[in-house]
Write a protein that binds this ligand. Sequence first.
Ligand code: UDP
Length: 327
Amino acid sequence: MRVLVTGGAGYVGSHAAKWLAESGHHVVIVDSLAEGHRQAVGKLPLIEVNLHDHERIAAILKEHAIEAVMHFAAFAYVGVSVHEPATYYHNNVVGTLALLEAMRAAGVNRIVFSSTCATYGIPTRVPISEDHPQNPINPYGFTKLVIERALADYSHAYGLGYAALRYFNASGAAADGTIGEDHDPETHLIPLVLQVALGQREDVEIFGTDYPTPDGTCVRDYIHVDDLATAHLAAMEKLKPGTQMKLNLGTGRGVSVQEVVDICRAVTGHRIPTRVAPRREGDPPELVANALAAKRVLGWQAKYQEMRGIIESAWAWHGKHPSGYDD
Ligand code: UDP
């Protein structure tokens, strides 16, 4: 298929674009490069454009005869979204509505959308299945939920086919070591812990040790970014105009912040000092996926079931690229 990948220079988007191209699809990447990295797209065609420019996006869709869109372009820091909601609503909501306008104008009626487990809020039951109520507790989660609702309405009214893929915690790096995670500033747990092992930070803060979890630290379901990529591919290939899919992408296994640090210690051989810090606003205690629907609908399952393998892939990338991408 001919696929437009928005945010294809970002972390998850670059891994999906790579898988798409390697699977024989024709890929065109659009990215504002506000957060993305030119180097992350390799040799794939990249057009530097903001989604708010919907006329230009529509022209790109037509010019490249695009059949489906994979939409990754978004801001994704839970903590920042609490303090800068305007930026998040503008980029994630207004930007996506502009993209949907461009798709309507160009007659493109298939989209795979990066949604998130943050749309569930504080779960009333874990593992979380797709029918769990969606009550986000931070602006980031709300922006993604707004778009899920818009997609459902557009599907009903305009025959849009969509997959809303609710990721749990994206992590790790491409198995071939070519691309990985590089955020500026970095706020995600695994890269921060590995930066301590690289001698770039003195210690890592543990945001809260008084959660109602076995060791008191937050529990998350870490899913390898290559597994996210293959799920996107499977969803896109299955998607028909006018149909919808809402699927969790996780492993079904919960790992605490303390356990992440311990596994990083084992993988890197570094002692990785930690410091207890207050809870971070907007963090639910436990987010773990029931990932059975994705298996049933897509025949997909995460290959990286063990946290150690995920951290080894991240460590390989960070070790080779201690300062991230060159740009
Ligand atoms: N976390 C932490 N210290 C840090 C960064 C993150 O304790 O320096 C915790 C955070 O509170 C959450 C988990 O690690 O419980 C994963 O956070 P991350 O930012 O990696 O992903 P998120 O869950 O926000 O998508």
